[in-house]
Design a protein around this ligand. Structure first.
Ligand code: HEC
Length: 163
């Protein structure tokens, strides 16, 4: 009996390997990528790449275990959730006030050490940012916010909520 159950479980495990979420990989640079308008210095680019863009851009660099279920689903869940909250590849598509606010959120998350997610850091040692890297990221974000605030073509007032 137990043998049959185990065999059935094994069969299910084999079958779910065939079901894959669509990969978050785009083959072109998005026109709305933050770097299309704002400067992303090489050192900041590298920090974002090793700690953030797997979940906050249109391009994830997948680890080998992403080829297996249920890991693929678990990772996809984080990626979709991360992208929905903040997508560096779609940054210029946000309304200006919202883009500005997202950067404030970024600073908050980085200052409070909430990003990158712990689960991610556990699997990606290099994403465990040093305080120098955190400061670089914060200064970069603050710089873009200052640039946005100085740009008279951008309206940064948050629309009032409708009653
Ligand atoms: C493993 C995936 C993952 C990585 C890596 C990651 N994030 Fe996130 N991020 C998420 C998820 C999921 C959420 C939404 C849920 C939450 O807030 O915990 C989120 C939320 C955020 C938000 C909040 C946006 C809002 O509207 O509240 C910001 C900003 C953010 N992340 C920035 C970063 C930055 C900066 C890095 C790199 C230093 C990073 N994240 C790394 C998955 C990730």
């Amino acid at each position: 009996m137990i043998k049959k159950i185990l065999l059935a479980l094994l069969a299910v495990l084999f079958i779910v390997q065939l079901i894959r979420p669509e990969e978050n990989v785009s083959d072109s640079v998005s026109v709305n990528d933050i770097s299309a308008k704002y400067e992303v210095p090489e050192d900041v680019h590298l920090i974002l790449q090793k700690a953030c863009t797997d979940c906050h851009s249109n391009n994830t660099v997948y680890p080998w275990y992403a080829n297996f279920q249920p890991m693929a689903w678990y990772l996809d869940d984080h990626i979709q959730d991360g992208k929905r909250h903040f997508n560096l590849s779609e940054f210029l598509a946000y309304e200006p006030w919202r883009a500005h606010h997202k950067l404030e959120e970024l600073e908050e998350e980085v200052e409070e050490n909430k990003m990158p997610l712990d689960e991610y850091v556990r699997m990606h040692e290099e994403a465990n940012l040093t305080s120098v890297e955190r400061i670089k990221l914060l200064n970069w974000s603050k710089g873009i916010r200052a640039e946005m605030a100085a740009d008279s073509t951008l309206d940064l007032t948050r629309p009032k909520r409708k009653k």
